[in-house]
Design a protein around this ligand. Structure first.
Ligand SMILES: NC(=O)c1ccc[n+]([C@@H]2O[C@H](COP(=O)([O-])OP(=O)(O)OC[C@H]3O[C@@H](n4cnc5c(N)ncnc54)[C@H](O)[C@@H]3O)[C@@H](O)[C@H]2O)c1
Length: 446
């Protein structure tokens, strides 16, 4: 079993630490944020992620996990140092590498022997070479510190499952020895291991995220046409998804993509293209379509309610996706800010209490509710933003009867339009043959 240090206790770092501990390794997690560190030291998990807390507590009890904010202590005797720190986008889209650079410097200064540096953070092409230079400059003892690029493909909300059951593991390095030892760590997971150079590994992560974003924006463009031509995008997506050339994932039309990864990684790739003189027309279009999606909700509310000033709008779901507490770049926040500009009163509920706390920290003018029924009570319309399972189970006739006006804009196409109409709602999905289009068509027929 190996001694592994993981730098950064975010979604990726905590999942990596817990899963490698579960595989029997000795883990030291290094985190500099005092709030997160205190929580972890007090046995509390600072994020919600299915299965993470149980796995963490089990391995902590068995003494396979330590937590510290001290890089010297945390890297003492480590054979591997995983970098899992944030790489947020700067205002021009350029990925900000200050945390990665700092982590590399910390590692080089603390190295007490040979160690493999593994970059899990999503970093622009060429970063491994930068890390290599930082490490060579700061390493005073001349240890062997090869750099491996090992991008992470886990999804928030399914991070533990994804880490333990990866569709592939990508390991890129110029050192075959480093590739071999990192491959050994992943061997028990029984998944394909693709080995390559650092740059291929770095690019593969950006290409995957940009492709996922492209699929969703593509479906959202088709959904616009579906609304206009009275076609249901959900049925179209089902037909498309059964084609083995496509596969069924990421074909859901809706409010578009948010979260801490797709928006930032698309911006990063566009920045990389721009810095080499390429216009990245397709990637920009993908981004623009995504930006427009939230305005579709406002337009639909206008069709259904007219002037929105003084109206009470209920928001179901704040997290950027179900089973997560993460509200970074969540669509809910954009919609809330647009509704605020329209002069609406806003009520909101998310099944994850931490997601509500995280939204609360942003000081938006929202009344937080204890459940979905409280949101519905006296609202003029509801917008379903996050497709939590809990929202599928709601008593919809009861919800409709509590509202000022039984209007719902289903931003994730979670519900069956006919069932919602039967429950008493005026229903609008995204690309599901809009109520407005139907009325126009009836008008034309008459
Ligand atoms: N969140 C995801 O679903 C996901 C999936 C795949 C890849 N990634 C990538 O993984 C990286 C991490 O993402 P995340 O969502 O886990 O980030 P995060 O912001 O949730 O966590 C990063 C943590 O690193 C800590 N940190 C920063 N510098 C440090 C240092 N020098 N020493 C110790 N701790 C330090 C921060 O305090 C923070 O707690 C990003 O590059 C991201 O793009 C994220």
């Amino acid at each position: 079993m190996s001694n592994i240090s993981v730098i950064g206790a975010g979604y990726v770092g905590l999942s990596t630490a817990a899963c490698f501990a579960e595989l029997g390794h000795n883990i030291t997690l290094i985190e500099i944020d005092p709030e997160k560190l205190t929580a972890l030291k007090n046995g509390l998990m600072p994020i919600s992620e299915p299965g993470l807390n149980e796995m963490w507590q089990r391995n902590k009890q068995e003494d396979r996990i330590n937590v510290t904010n001290n890089h010297m202590d945390g890297l003492l005797g480590a054979e591997f140092a995983f970098i899992a720190v944030g790489t947020p986008a700067a205002s021009n889209g350029k990925p900000d590498l200050k945390w990665v650079r700092l982590a590399a410097k910390n590692i080089a200064e603390a190295a007490s022997g040979p160690m493999v540096i593994v970059i899990k953070s999503t970093v622009p092409i060429g970063t491994a070479e930068i890390i290599d230079r930082i490490v060579s400059y700061n390493d005073r003892n001349g240890h062997s510190l090869p750099v491996v690029s090992n991008p992470e493909f886990l999804r928030e909300g399914a991070a533990i499952y994804d880490f333990m059951h990866p569709s592939r593991v990508v390991i890129g390095s110029s050192s075959q020895e480093a590739i071999d030892v990192v491959s050994k760590l992943y061997k028990p997971l029984d998944s394909p291991i693709i080995t390559c150079d650092n740059r291929t590994a770095e690019m593969s992560k950006y290409a995957c995220n940009a492709f996922l974003a492209t699929r969703i924006s593509f479906m959202n463009e088709i959904a616009l046409l579906c609304d206009e031509y009275s076609v249901d995008i959900v049925k179209v997506a089902k037909i498309m998804g059964l084609d083995p050339r496509f596969g069924s994932g990421y074909l859901n039309a809706g409010l578009g993509w948010g979260g801490s990864c797709l928006p930032k990684d698309l911006k990063g790739l566009i920045h990389m293209a721009k810095s080499r003189g390429f216009p990245a027309r397709l990637l920009r279009a993908v981004q623009q379509i995504n930006q427009q999606q939230v305005y579709i909700v406002i337009r639909k509310l206008h069709w259904l309610l007219g002037n929105l000033e003084g109206k009470t709008i209920g928001i179901l779901g704040l997290a950027f996706k179900p089973n997560s507490d993460d509200v970074r770049e969540a669509r809910s926040l954009l919609i809330i800010s647009l509704l605020e500009n329209e002069g609406c009163r806003i009520k909101a509920y998310d099944p994850d209490p931490t997601a509500m706390q995280n939204a609360g920290k942003l000081k938006i003018d929202v009344t937080y509710c204890a459940n979905a029924y409280e949101v519905a009570k006296d609202s003029d319309a509801i917008v379903l933003v996050t497709e939590w399972e809990e929202f599928k189970e709601l008593d919809m006739p009861a919800m409709a009867s509590m509202m000022n006006q039984p209007i719902i804009v289903d931003g994730r196409n979670l519900y069956d339009p006919d069932e919602m109409i039967q429950a008493g709602f005026l229903y609008e999905g995204i690309g599901r043959c809009s109520q407005r289009t139907q009325e126009t068509r009836i008008g034309i027929v008459q």
